[in-house]
Design a protein around this ligand. Structure first.
Ligand code: GLU
Length: 474
């Protein structure tokens, strides 16, 4: 059997990390099984759907590296929903209801007050033709409910294991509103049939819907697909898909400097027993993908961990993977040696800019002891410079001045880079070159390290400033 899965967002907002995880896991499942991935836009709710979000959802998925074999929109499939509805009506599986929202709310409260579950009482089923005609004459428009069979619905969930859900404890779901528009329940099942969906992988907030939809599939004469329900992400405070997590959108992470492959590896890894590991491509993630690895425990979205993975990913990227980005940023002098030197110190790719300046542009050096800087300048070895230049130079300086360790290296680093910390000077020195090194060590307009703020990359600063999600969450 060939596999077909779908990701079915409602275009009512930007994709956040929770949606992105569902999309990614579906995509990986499809690719791991040489199957198809369908992007379905659940846009029947015209009032809340927005064309701008249709565009942004596609852009965000592409940013993450996900492609789709087919895109469909529910708003383009209304005739098929009407046909399915007629079929259910002929089979006696739908019935017209006339309660107003206020009346339903009143019934609900009364049941709850009596300690009973707030299940719809099916009083509309008891209406005869005359009663219905009378209500319609009063101007009431019917909404339509699906009549559930009071069976135990069972399925073998790929994540949760064997499931048994008694449909008698669910309200008959409304399929069609009073204004004739469809709610999510029926169109989703009709689309899953049309697209030949073999596996529905979605959040566990849909477990009750699954019990209902299994009955809808049967009523339409189709076998139900397989189901996998993933636990929803929570934030570090343990709150479910909270407002805060909902605001961690893909575009905000991209803007803060998260690499798409870092996010993909992170989202694919959390919720499994194995810690997320950086992977070079989505294909690599797909090769090791197994839906059975996802457990029932709530995965915590930890933005600090994501940043950590981002740094590890950057440290492993080869020059070929980034050369184009340097071109695009106009950093023409960047070369493989530069990348090798700076990549261990990046939290985000954007940080290359400051090291580019250190290597190839002008900086204001930091000099506390001009006498020592002068000595260091006098002893700069002649060019050509290479990987051993730093060791030769500093060992000569050690002999000449008696300085060693931090007392030797810190002033040199401050003079050459104007930073307390950074990439290995052994690698930076040949990139800075003799002319610039000499200029910096002998600069008359240098500043001192007094009052220098501790080195802080934006990402690290944001994490320090507030516990939990960093810059991107705000
Ligand atoms: N549009 C629904 C949602 O975003 C789709 C659920 C499903 O995957 O069936 O929750």
């Amino acid at each position: 059997m060939s596999v077909t899965v779908r990701f079915a967002p409602s275009p009512t907002g930007r994709l956040h990390v929770g949606n992105a995880r569902t999309a990614l896991i579906n995509w990986l499942f499809a690719r791991a099984h040489a199957g198809r991935f369908v992007l379905r836009l659940d846009d029947t709710d015209i009032g809340r759907s927005d064309e701008a979000h249709v565009t942004s959802i596609q852009a965000d998925l592409r940013w993450l590296g996900l492609d789709w074999d087919l895109m469909d929109r529910q708003s383009a499939q209304l005739p098929s929903y009407h046909a399915a509805f007629e079929r259910l009506r002929e089979a006696g599986r739908v019935y017209a209801c006339y309660e107003t929202p206020e009346e339903l709310e009143y019934k609900r409260r009364r049941l709850l007050a009596r300690g009973r579950p707030p299940i719809y009482d099916r009083s509309a089923l008891a209406l005869d033709d005359a009663a219905r005609a009378k209500l319609e004459a009063e101007g009431r428009k019917p909404h339509w409910r699906f009549r559930l069979n009071a069976d135990v619905v069972a399925w073998d969930d790929l994540v949760r294991g064997p499931q048994h859900l008694n449909a008698a404890r669910l309200s008959d779901p409304v399929l069609v509103r009073g204004d004739g528009t469809f709610l999510y329940m029926l169109p989703s099942a009709v689309d899953d049939i049309r697209h030949g969906i073999t596996h529905v992988i979605r959040g566990e907030d849909h477990v009750d819907n699954t019990a209902i939809q299994i009955q809808v599939f049967a009523a339409l004469g189709h076998a139900a697909p397989a189901f996998a329900h993933l636990p929803l992400l929570s934030d570090l405070a343990g709150k479910g898909l909270s407002k805060r997590l909902g605001s961690v959108t893909l575009d905000s992470l991209a803007e803060a400097g998260i690499e798409p492959m870092a996010l993909a590896a992170y989202l694919a890894g959390i919720g499994t027993a194995e810690p997320p590991e950086p992977a070079p491509t989505l294909g690599d993630l797909a090769r090791s993908f197994d839906i059975g690895k996802y457990g029932r425990a709530t995965p915590k979205f930890d933005e600090g961990q994501l940043w950590h993975l981002n740094a590890r990913l950057l440290q492993n990227l080869p020059w070929e993977a980034v050369a184009d980005r340097f071109d695009a940023m106009g950093m023409e002098q960047a070369d493989p040696a530069f990348w090798e030197a700076v990549r261990p110190n990046l939290e985000r790719f954007e940080d290359v800019r400051s090291w580019y300046t250190v290597c190839y542009e002008d900086i204001l050096p930091v000099i506390d002891d001009p006498g020592f800087a002068r000595t260091a300048a006098d002893r700069l070895p002649p060019e050509p410079w290479g990987q051993t230049t730093w060791a030769e130079w500093t060992s000569e300086l050690r002999d000449a001045t008696g300085r060693k360790g931090r007392a030797l290296f810190r002033p040199l680093r401050l003079a050459l880079t104007a930073e307390e910390h950074g990439p290995e000077l052994k690698a930076l020195l040949p990139l800075i070159g003799r002319r610039r090194a000499l200029e910096r060590l002998t600069a008359l307009d240098a500043r001192t390290s007094q009052g220098m703020p501790p080195l802080a990359h934006p990402a690290r600063m944001a994490q320090a400033a507030e516990p939990g999600p960093g810059k991107a969450a705000r």
